[in-house]
Design a protein around this ligand. Structure first.
Ligand SMILES: O=P(O)(O)OC[C@H]1O[C@](O)(COP(=O)(O)O)[C@@H](O)[C@@H]1O
Ligand SMILES: [Mg+2]
Ligand SMILES: [Mg+2]
Length: 335
């Protein structure tokens, strides 16, 4: 990578003036996520070599078996963010409740809360398939100087000041937005530096890839079944190709670069689907919208949904604008 290519550190500093109330706090926060991701990346890359695969024998509040890497990544992100004292609260997929961070002078003066899916795609850890980390950042709405409350976390996604993901794949990438477009940075493992490899990512208006776990087909709503038939018909630019990795970060990242739609709908056994609004769907929706795409629950824009619980789930339709609109048409027709 030519030395002229911006590093992530330079980019963060260079773009600080984009943030309203810019005090450098958000830049330091994104820098801390960058740092924690490097530590986790180091461990992910050794999965299989060291005793970091398999379950820990506990379940999280979602009733899911926690993998060792889920717990490790959760600890590393919480530690890094707490030690750098730049957040007033953290919520995580692996924590039942939100964590209050008092800050340096124990005075709750920090402005931001972070919601995180420390390790996304847990079912793929042991089989060496791409996994990720997803983060969402809000400015608190309760007064500084007071302990953070649940209200600060239950904000609609449109209030996010930044969102992003790290993908631990063939290469490690950090892709994020602060509401001014989406940029991707690739880690050069030899020197531990992220470089701006994918500036200003734009998601194609339409694509030829649909991504859904068809193993749940019989439990899908009629609207989704009809949309899948539409994708598979020999007509116009169809049939589309089916691609499903089973790691949300990896499936969305592929579609961001190639165009496509990812769907995790409600099913007859999971009426709200599987994915979590606050630390999976909201950040991915902000990234995809910032790249020109669309994200809804089949009816309502994800970023306009008013959250009611920390770990609530929502159906998720996300990707190329025209493809999501078509899927919504089928949902509105059939439900
Ligand atoms: O195995 P399924 O039902 O298709 O679900 C796969 C989905 O579940 C997830 O693994 C859920 O995320 P976590 O791994 O963070 O719990 C997504 O990454 C993925 O898209
Ligand atoms: Mg996840
Ligand atoms: Mg997870």
């Amino acid at each position: 990578m030519s030395s002229k290519v911006q590093t992530l550190g330079e980019f963060i500093i260079g773009n600080q003036s984009e943030f309203a109330y810019s005090t450098g706090e958000l830049s330091r926060l994104i820098n801390s996520i960058r740092l924690a991701a490097k530590v986790v990346n180091h461990e992910v890359n050794k999965a299989g070599l060291v005793d970091i695969t398999g379950a820990v024998g506990d379940t999280n509040i979602q009733g899911e078996e926690q993998q060792k890497l889920d717990v490790y990544a959760n600890e590393k992100f919480i530690q890094t963010l707490t030690n750098r004292e730049i957040v007033c609260g953290i919520a995580s997929e692996e924590e039942d409740d939100f964590i209050t961070i008092k800050g340096h002078n124990k005075d709750h003066q920090n402005k931001y809360v972070v919601l995180i899916d420390p390790l996304d795609g847990s079912s793929n850890i042991d089989v060496n398939i791409s996994v990720g980390t997803i983060f969402s950042i809000y400015r608190r709405i309760t007064p500084e100087g007071t302990p953070v409350t649940l209200k600060d976390f239950l904000q609609p996604g449109r209030n996010q000041v930044a969102a992003g993901y790290i993908m631990y794949g063939t290469s490690t990438m950090m892709v994020y937005t602060t509401g001014h477009g989406v940029n991707g940075f690739t880690l050069n493992p030899a020197i531990g530096t992220y470089y701006l490899s994918h500036p200003n990512i734009k998601l194609a208006e339409t694509g030829k890839i649909y991504s859904i776990n068809e193993g749940n087909y019989i439990k899908f709503p009629q609207g989704v079944k009809n949309y899948l038939k539409y994708c598979q018909l020999e007509e116009e630019d169809r049939p589309y190709t089916s691609r499903y990795i089973g790691s949300l970060v990896a499936d969305i990242h592929r579609n961001m670069l190639k165009g496509g739609i990812y769907i995790y709908p409600e099913t007859s056994t999971a009426p709200n689907g599987k994915l979590r609004l606050l630390y999976e769907c909201n950040p991915m929706a902000m990234i995809v919208e910032q790249a020109g795409g669309k994200a809804s629950d089949g009816f309502t824009r994800i970023l306009d949904i008013q959250p009611t619980e920390l770990h609530q789930r929502v159906p998720f339709f996300c990707g190329s604008k025209k493809m999501v609109e078509k899927a919504e048409e089928f949902m509105q027709k059939e439900g």
